[in-house]
Design a binder for this molecule. Sequence first.
Ligand code: E4P
Length: 286
Amino acid sequence: MIHKKKIFSKIFIDGGDPSETAKAEQLLGFIDGQTTNPTLVANNPIVKKSLEKGEKFTKSEINGLYKKIIEEISAIVEWSVSIEPYADLKTSAEELLSQAVGMAEWSSKAWIKLPTTAQGLEAAKKAVANDMRVNMTLCFTQDQAAAIYAATKDAKYPVFVSPFVGRLDDRGENGMHLIENILKMYEKGDGHVMVLTASVRNFDHLMQALRLRSPIITLPFKVFEQWAGKRFMLPSDDHISVPSQLTSIPYKEISLDKHWYQYDLYHELTEAGVKRFAEDWNRLIR
Ligand code: E4P
């Protein structure tokens, strides 16, 4: 165990299995929050078992199961649970918002994940105006992070932005540079958006995110276990990461003062990510 005060970042678990959250909580002594998504829910042991037997779910059954998973996780984590509504590329802002309103009822710790697309941002703007908490997911560029900042300026609660570092690494770009760049850009802002390092794939991502003081880091249980195996070591300020062949992502000078729709919102990985989450969700439904 390590004293909570020694870790600057809030530590989340990235997963859909409450028993992992419980184990992590026992090992570290606390868990600040959890992120879930359709792929992670599809990998929940109960859901997986049914799928392996060829049994699928009705929409209402899978929503009921998702709600139960969120309730169990909520009872373990201290602060926040991210819940992801169904979205494909045709889902309107109104549809997202109406799902968000329902899901926000599942837990007093709910943050609703919305895609960083025009529809997602429109929904986020309305959601924060109604004092809902949002986690903007599938962020791959500084422009998208600037748009999130601009669209959610009136938020009463902290807004999360989730840059997906692993998926950038997968295509040869250094995802951790995006975290560094967004943190630097937000230094000019009012602090209402918290950077949540997501799509963490390895121990080095964790060390870098801790060194950068990413306000939140979400860890797959496998990476969490590696960290536990190293007695929750923390990086020194001059921590040097494993040399990588990944291409640098340069910092862009971007003003935070424009209207959200004036930023370039497109990134192919955002669209691919929305499609993949929709496919993983649809795979569960009969
Ligand atoms: C968390 O909020 C994200 O959905 C998750 O970290 C994505 O991780 P992946 O890129 O490994 O699917």
